[in-house]
Design a protein around this ligand. Structure first.
Ligand SMILES: C[S@@+](CC[C@H](N)C(=O)[O-])C[C@H]1O[C@@H](n2cnc3c(N)ncnc32)[C@H](O)[C@@H]1O
Length: 580
C-alpha cells in the first residue's frame, strides 16, 4: 500500500452500477485483467495496488470515470462515477465526505453524462475489435495464421484500399467526365474496380526476430513482478501490465536477453527504485529502447523519471547501470550475453513515456551510433533517428522503389535526371539510387535524421545528394526553385515516403505545380492517408491540375515489412503527361 499524495485524494461518492446509484462499498466486479473493487476507494486516501488481483483504487474522480468506461467495454458492467463535476474540491476530500449523498440534480446531470458516454461507447463497439487476451495477440495479432495466410489477408486488404482509392477519386469528379482509366476493368475478379496494374504482394525475407528497433515498458506483470516488456491494457489511462516479450516472435533472442539484463537490475534495486506509474507520476524506471543491427550490435536507451531522485542518486544509478551492463556485454559465459555498442540514459519528466526528441540523453558508455548495411551501403543510426524496423524487408521495398523510379528515366536523354526524396529520414531511399541518377534532393524535418543522412552520404562517398532540413510543406516550393528542379533541362521523379499522417496538401500542390515531375512514387504505411492524398493528386477540381494535368494511378504493389502484425507497406506509382 502506498500513500497517495495530497493532490490526489479521492472524493467519489456513489457509483452508477447496473442501472442504479449505489455506495462504493457495495460492489465488486472482476475483469480479465483487472479486479476492480470500489470499496477500496473509501480507504482514507490510501492507494492499493494488490499484487495478485490487480485491484486498483481510484485516484480522482476523472480517473474513476475513465475506469468505468473501460469496464463497460470489457464486460458490459455499467459502473460510473456520479461525481465528475467537483474536481477542484476532490483533491482535498477525505473519507468522511465520501459517504455524503449527492444532490438529486447533480445525480441526474451525471446520469445524462453517463448515458451519453454509454451510447457513444455502444456505437464504437460496432467497429471495435476484440481486445487481445495476451501479449502475443496484442503485439502479433496475425501470429495464429501461417505466413502464407497472412500474405493473402494483407494483399486482400491492400486491394480494398485500391478500390477505395478509385471510388473516392471517382466521387471527386462528380458529374464531370471520368479519366479514361476507369474504362479499364481487369478480367481477374479479384481485381474488380482496381483500374491499375496490380503487382501482388512481396513477402519479408525474415519473418521472425526481424525488428531492429523495439520499445519495452518497465512495469509490473500480472503477478506484480517488475518486468521489462510489452504493455497490455489501457496505457492511456495508466492501467496496464508489462508482460515479458519471451514468446513474441518478432523480437530477436538478443533483444530478449537485453530486456532481461535490465529487468535483473531493476529487481536488484527494487527496494529503492520502483517502476514508473503513470497514474501517480511516481517511480523511476520507465522504458527501454533497443536498436540492433544485423550483426547483433545494440544501442540501448534506458528511460527514467528523474523527478524523485537527487543528483547524487542519479550518479550512483549511472555508475551501477554501467557496471551491470558491462558484466553481460560480450560475456560469452553468461546466458544473457549481449553486444552493446552504446548504452544511454534518457531523462524524461512527462506523464506519458513518449519523450520529446530533445529529452536529455547521456551516453553512459560506448558509441553514439550503430552502423547498418542496406543494399550494400552503410547507414549510421543514432538512438532517436528514423530507420525502417525490418532491415531485410526494407531491402525488398527499396529495390522495388528503385526499379520503378529508374524504369521511366531516359538514360539517353540530355536532361538531368533528378530524384526528389520527400520525407527522406536518414537518406536511405535517395542514397540507394544516387549512383543511378544525376542528383538527389532529400527533404526531412527531423534535424538528427538529416545530420545522420549527411554523414551517411559521406560514409558511402556519395557526392550528388543534398539534404534540406525542414517541413516539406514549408520548404518544398522554394527548395525546388533553389535547386533548379523546375528547369526544362530536368526530368524529376518524386519519391514520397510520409509518416502515417500522409503528405500535407501544400506538398502535393507543389508537386502538381512542378513542370518537371511526371512521375510520383508513393510509399505508404497508411491506406487511409494514401487515399486522401490520391484524391488531391488525381482529382479534377483545382486550377493547378487544370494547367499541368492531374496524375493517374498506374501500378501498385504491397510489401509486407511487418509479418505477424496487421500492418503492411505499399507502393503506388502515379504518372501524368505534362501539358507542355
Ligand atoms: C516513414 S518515414 C520514411 C523515412 C525514409 N524515407 C526511410 O525509408 O527511412 C517518414 C519520415 O518523414 C519525416 N517527416 C514527417 N513529417 C514530415 C514533414 N512534414 N516534412 C518532412 N519530413 C517529415 C519523418 O521524420 C520520417 O523521417
Amino acid at each position: 500500500m502506498k500513500p497517495l499524495n495530497q493532490a490526489s485524494k479521492i472524493i467519489a461518492q456513489q457509483f452508477f452500477y447496473r442501472g442504479k446509484f449505489i455506495k462504493p462499498t457495495t460492489i465488486t466486479t472482476s475483469l480479465n485483467q483487472l479486479k476492480f473493487n470500489p470499496s477500496l476507494i473509501v480507504n482514507n486516501g490510501v492507494q492499493h495496488q494488490n499484487a495478485t488481483s490487480r485491484s486498483f483504487s481510484i485516484i480522482n474522480n476523472n480517473t474513476l470515470f475513465s475506469h468505468s468506461l473501460m469496464m463497460q467495454e470489457e464486460e458490459g458492467a455499467r459502473v460510473s462515477s456520479t461525481n465528475n463535476n467537483n474536481s477542484s474540491s476532490s483533491s482535498m476530500a477525505t473519507s468522511n465526505n465520501l459517504n455524503k449523498k449527492m444532490p438529486e440534480e447533480q445525480q441526474q446531470q451525471n446520469k445524462r453524462k453517463f448515458n451519453h458516454h454509454n451510447n457513444r461507447n455502444k456505437k464504437n463497439k460496432k467497429v471495435k475489435k476484440e481486445k487481445p487476451s495476451n501479449v502475443i495477440e496484442a503485439v502479433t495479432p496475425l501470429a495464429h495464421l501461417t505466413y502464407e495466410e497472412q500474405l493473402v489477408k494483407k494483399e486482400g486488404e491492400t486491394l480494398d484500399c485500391m478500390r477505395e482509392m478509385f471510388s473516392e477519386i471517382k466521387k471527386s469528379y462528380g458529374t464531370a467526365e471520368l479519366p479514361e482509366y476507369y474504362t479499364i476493368q481487369p478480367e481477374d475478379e479479384k481485381l474488380k474496380d482496381v483500374h491499375l496494374t496490380w503487382c501482388g504482394i512481396l513477402s519479408s525475407p525474415q519473418t521472425e526476430g526481424y525488428r531492429n528497433n523495439c520499445e519495452f515498458t518497465c512495469g509490473y506483470n500480472s503477478e506484480d513482478k517488475p518486468t521489462v516488456g510489452f504493455r497490455q491494457g489501457l496505457f492511456s489511462q495508466g492501467i496496464f501490465n508489462a508482460e515479458s516479450p519471451k514468446d513474441v516472435k518478432i523480437v530477436s533472442d538478443s533483444m530478449k536477453r537485453a530486456v532481461l539484463v535490465l529487468q535483473k537490475f531493476i529487481e536488484q534495486h527494487h527496494d529503492t527504485y520502483k517502476c514508473y506509474a503513470q497514474k501517480t507520476h511516481t517511480g523511476l524506471w520507465r522504458l527501454m529502447k533497443v536498436r540492433e543491427n544485423r550483426n547483433g550490435e545494440m544501442l540501448i536507451i534506458v528511460q527514467i523519471n528523474p523527478t524523485e531522485i537527487s543528483e547524487e542518486a542519479m550518479q550512483t544509478i549511472k555508475t551501477n547501470l554501467i557496471s551491470h551492463f558491462k558484466s553481460f556485454d560480450k560475456n560469452e559465459s553468461s546466458d544473457l550475453s549481449i553486444n552493446v555498442k552504446g548504452l544511454f540514459l534518457q531523462q524524461h519528466t512527462g506523464v506519458s513515456n513518449a519523450a520529446p526528441t530533445d529529452a536529455p540523453l547521456d551516453l553512459l558508455y560506448g558509441e553514439q551510433t550503430i552502423v547498418e548495411e542496406v543494399l550494400g551501403l552503410k547507414f549510421n543510426i543514432s538512438p532517436m533517428s528514423f530507420f525502417q524496423v525490418n532491415t531485410k524487408g526494407v531491402e525488398v521495398l527499396y529495390s522495388k522503389v528503385k526499379e520503378w523510379t529508374l524504369e521511366s528515366m531516359d538514360k539517353e536523354s540530355n536532361k538531368e535526371r533528378v530524384l526528389l526524396d520527400v520525407c527522406s529520414g536518414t537518406g536511405t531511399i535517395g542514397s540507394t539510387m544516387a549512383s543511378s541518377v544525376s542528383r538527389v534532393i532529400g527533404i526531412e524535418m527531423v534535424e538528427s535524421s538529416v545530420n545522420d543522412a549527411r554523414k551517411n552520404a559521406q560514409l558511402n562517398n556519395i557526392q550528388n545528394i543534398t539534404f534540406v532540413c525542414g517541413k516539406a510543406e514549408d520548404t518544398i516550393t522554394t527548395k525546388m526553385v533553389e535547386h533548379n528542379l523546375n528547369s526544362s533541362n530536368v526530368e524529376c521523379v518524386a519519391v514520397v515516403d510520409p509518416p502515417r499522417s500522409g503528405l500535407h496538401k501544400k506538398v502535393l500542390e507543389s508537386i502538381l505545380r512542378s513542370p518537371t515531375i511526371e512521375k510520383l512514387i508513393y510509399v505508404s504505411c497508411n491506406p487511409k492517408t494514401l487515399v486522401e492524398n490520391a484524391i488531391r493528386l488525381c482529382g479534377p477540381t483545382s486550377t493547378v491540375r487544370a494547367s499541368y494535368g492531374a496524375f493517374k494511378p498506374v501500378k501498385a504493389i504491397a510489401v509486407d515489412m511487418f509479418p505477424h502484425t496487421e500492418h503492411c507497406e505499399m507502393i503506388c506509382v502515379f504518372e501524368r503527361k505534362l501539358k507542355k
